[in-house]
Design a binder for this molecule. Structure first.
Ligand SMILES: CC(C)(COP(=O)(O)OP(=O)(O)OC[C@H]1O[C@@H](n2cnc3c(N)ncnc32)[C@H](O)[C@@H]1OP(=O)(O)O)[C@@H](O)C(=O)NCCC(=O)NCCS
Length: 382
């Protein structure tokens, strides 16, 4: 449909904001907004009330890249330093090996390599980037942001830059944030990076966390397109701060600054209540997928691939069971990389794209949960 008459527009108005993605896929968006000129002021007001900041452009991922440390730490290696076993780690988590950074390597090193790969894949030059968002909880230092360090290293001289902290949901939160800038027409080209060097905040004497955490980075180049049938179709973000202390690093901020005491008490390491997180993770990720399907009015059969946060294979399998969704259409690479937090979903997306698991026109859901607690997801058409 190319031209929207007044009656059709009023009919659209009676639908909820949730229907917006559906409407976008059916109408020519330029004509949709041109049609506003033919409306009475009352109808226009009704439109602006219901649609708040309506998207002008769709957000497409035109390139992805990833980078992980060279050093591979296997379950057998962990057996030598912790009271654990390959059997326990494999059965309880699905993890077999993970990548660990060298002492001299920092988040920006992996972010830089991943970003270069994504830019090459998208055929975009650093000077074309309008904004860089780096999702991380293990940036190079508290400030300046890792995004600013990356901006300088890439030579992305025209880009604004900021870090975003949302635990393992970081890349999803960053993707949704970038989508706001693109859909409103503010920016055309955004680089979104998820990077972690969790090994540097891991307590290597704590077997309940040390076997799970790892290092790596992934990056995506997002661009604006007027094509309403491609790119991000639906998004959902949520948080529940009441569970904050189920997954946190107590010291190093303004609450408990670094001191001899904070170091002696091992407060600069990640602490986790694994079983509490497990339950919330299964519930929240299933809920996100359901909400995205409802918002886009699609069924499970329409989804080509779900790319979940790689925290525990049992969490992913429990989510699949709750959704009655086949594991064959869920992307899993946890056996190779373990939990890389903010980097996990984008490393997985990059691998899925490069290995041919995603084809043109496929509907893909990315979903994650993490410290905060936070959770969220994005539905995209490639
Ligand atoms: C952490 C996690 C793997 C633990 O698995 P679990 O099946 O819940 O195991 P439990 O915590 O109940 O521990 C069971 C036993 O295994 C032991 N254990 C814990 N870690 C172990 C390890 N690495 N090796 C061997 N035994 C271990 C525990 O001490 C406990 O022993 P006990 O029964 O004698 O007390 C699981 O809870 C999990 O994945 N939670 C979510 C974590 C997460 O996603 N975090 C990141 C969020 S983004």
């Amino acid at each position: 449909m190319n031209i929207i008459d007044k009656n059709y527009f009023v009919k659209i108005n009676q639908q909820t904001f949730i229907d917006y993605g559906q409407i976008l896929s059916k109408v020519n968006i330029v004509n949709f907004y041109n049609s506003l000129n033919h409306l009475s002021s009352e109808e226009t007001k009704k439109h602006s009330d219901e649609f708040k900041t309506p998207p002008v452009y769709s957000t497409v991922i035109t390139g992805t890249g990833s980078a992980v440390p060279e050093h591979i730490l296997t379950n057998e290696d962990l057996e030598k330093i912790l009271d654990t076993s390959d059997q326990w780690i494999t059965e309880r988590t699905g993890m077999k090996e993970r990548r660990i950074a060298k002492p001299e390597e920092a988040a920006s090193d992996f972010a830089f390599c991943a970003a270069q790969n994504a830019l090459a894949d998208a055929n975009v030059k650093p000077e074309e980037i309008d904004l860089i968002i780096v999702a991380t909880v293990t940036g190079d230092m508290p400030f300046p942001s890792t995004a600013c360090i990356l901006q300088h290293r890439l030579g992305a001289t025209k880009a604004a830059a900021m870090d975003l902290s949302a635990g393992c949901s970081g890349f999803i939160y960053a993707l949704v944030t970038a989508h706001q800038f693109i859909s409103t027409g503010t920016y055309k080209t955004i680089l979104v990076v998820g990077v972690e060097v969790l090994s540097k905040i891991t307590d290597w004497t704590d077997r309940s966390t040390a076997v799970l955490l790892a290092d790596g980075a992934g990056a995506a180049v997002l661009r604006a397109t007027p094509d309403p049938d491609r790119g991000i179709i639906a998004t959902y973000l949520a948080a529940d701060g009441s569970h904050g202390k189920d997954l946190y690093m107590p010291a190093g901020g303004s609450a408990i600054p670094a001191s001899i005491e904070s170091v002696q008490k091992r407060l600069h390491y990640l602490k986790m209540n694994g079983s509490a997180i497990f339950k919330v993770a299964v519930r929240s990720m299933s809920d996100v997928v359901k909400r995205l399907m409802e918002r886009a009015r699609i069924a499970t059969e329409d989804i080509a691939l779900i790319i979940p946060h790689q925290a525990n294979l049992r969490i992913i399998e429990a989510m699949a069971k709750m959704l009655n969704f086949p594991m064959s259409r869920i992307f899993v690479n946890i056996q190779k990389y373990a939990n890389t937090s903010s980097a996990s979903t984008i490393i997985a997306l990059d691998e899925a794209r490069r290995s041919g698991r995603i084809r043109v026109n496929d509907l893909v859901i990315m979903v994650a949960f993490g410290a905060g607690l936070t959770w969220g997801g994005v539905l995209l058409r490639f």
